[in-house]
Ligand binder design. Structure first.
Ligand code: VJV
Ligand code: CA
Ligand code: ZN
Length: 393
């Protein structure tokens, strides 16, 4: 009907759980799980589910979450209710201990289920990639890169990416983690600080005083000491407001191209946070769906098994556009879905009339002044090359 057919011998798997999307962080909280529903209906309206294997994500078990997170933290996460009565414990309440219940990481109805569904989708994706049933596995409900072993952070409670990479490491010698969310992928970087089997690379807005989480400077490359095999295996690309598709694309291809040459990953985990798009409620960049998707296309061309994770993204209709476009890239049907968004779809009320234009021709957000001088872009590439010289090949 849509002219979308399954490419022979190439498998894309799609992992979602419709129950996850029903959770609410609170009325005005920027994180809106229903952006996943919007994305999925746009993906469906193009007929893409016909071209991939679709799975309802399981909920991850306690034991699976415990592969990274501490029991203390999980036990508490599993028992807290919204608006708990603060209890006095030596050194503060458990909410304080685990950074729960504040405005970034509120306690809400069904929080534990929400977390285990997000992690379940990413774990399913990793297992499909491991047993070669999937060439690209998609988990748009995952990508929660700030969560720590025993602490919630920046809207993230359970680090599904770390759990998925731990699975990949059971069958692949080296995994490259790439993060194009506008925020620094600090949780994933920290989890793999001391291994040379995972290289992490985050592109992000960097401002140590005024932009979350404040880490990810150019020379933050993992703790350097002679006993740490993970030294030099954290790459950071700190950027300023207003970066364009052209600059970002050039940087991405240079940096990732050099990393792949030197580190020779056997699998890729790509976090596709959509808050790096222009017009995002929390973001600062000037990326278009085209430029964001170009990163996915570049990684696909490397021909390695890959997981695509979601992540940030706070202007829901733009999140839906980007993740739909990137699902099409994964499937290799991007030429077919351009140029027209179907006219009869249930999600239409979420888009303004003038936005029902071809996905790619849409210009997102008012252009912001570009505060990234070309000189700095070159400096970044040079620093990355220098770091990579320390990496064994
Ligand atoms: O900047 C921060 C931390 C504060 C303390 C909490 N206040 C609300 C904001 C300043 C220092 N947190 C960031 C967290 C960003 C997380 C990004 C997650 C991801 O995209 O990387 C991956 C999923 C932040 N920026 C903006 C807000 N918090 C924010 C939080 C709200 C809010 C408005 C803005 C929470 C509740 C409500 N409004 C109602
Ligand atoms: Ca990032
Ligand atoms: Zn983000």
């Amino acid at each position: 009907e849509y002219g979308i057919v399954r490419p022979k011998g190439y498998n894309v798997t799609f992992h979602t759980n419709p129950e996850m999307e029903k959770h609410h962080f609170g009325q005005t909280h920027p994180m809106k799980p229903w952006r996943l529903t919007l994305s999925k209906s746009l993906i469906m309206s193009y007929g893409m589910p016909y071209a991939m294997n679709n799975y309802i994500a399981r909920t991850a078990t306690y034991e699976e979450l415990n592969d990274y997170h501490s029991q203390d933290y999980l036990d508490y996460l599993g028992t807290v209710l919204p608006e708990p009565v603060p209890r006095d414990v030596d050194g503060g309440t458990n909410e304080m201990r685990f950074n729960l219940g504040g405005s970034d990481c509120p306690l809400f109805e069904g929080l534990y289920d929400y977390c285990s569904m997000s992690a379940g989708g990413s774990l399913d994706a990793a297992r499909k990639v491991c047993n070669k049933e999937s060439d690209i596995a998609i988990s748009w409900g995952g990508g929660l890169h700030h969560a720590k072993k025993m602490e919630a952070s920046g809207f993230c409670y359970i680090n599904d990416i770390v759990l998925a990479i731990l699975q990949l490491l059971r069958c692949y010698p080296r995994v490259l983690y790439i993060d194009i969310d506008v925020h620094h992928g600090d949780g994933v970087e920290e989890a793999f600080y001391s291994t040379d089997r995972v290289m992490t690379c985050s592109f992000h807005k960097y401002d140590p005083v005024s932009f979350f989480p404040g880490t990810g400077a150019l020379d933050d490359n993992g703790p350097k000491n002679e006993y740490n095999p993970g030294a030099h295996h954290a790459i950071n690309v700190p950027l300023n407001d207003g970066i364009t598709d052209e600059q970002y694309g050039w940087l991405f291809e240079n940096v990732i191209g050099s990393i792949v040459e030197r580190f020779r990953p056997s699998a890729i985990a790509l976090q596709c946070g959509a808050d790096s798009l222009a017009g995002d409620r929390l973001g600062r960049f000037n990326l278009q769906v085209q430029g964001h998707g170009q990163c996915v296309a570049f990684c696909k061309k490397l021909g390695l098994p890959m997981i695509l994770f979601g992540g940030g993204g706070y202007t829901p209709r733009n999140v839906a556009r980007a993740w739909t476009w990137e699902t099409a890239i994964a499937l290799g049907v991007d030429k077919k879905i351009n140029p027209v968004i179907p006219q009869h779809t249930p999600w239409r009320e979420h888009f303004r009339q003038e936005e029902l234009l071809p996905t790619l021709e849409q210009i997102l957000g008012d252009p912001k002044p570009n505060k990234n001088p070309q000189k700095r872009i070159l400096e970044i590439v040079q620093h990355v090359q220098e770091q990579l010289r320390f990496v064994q090949h």
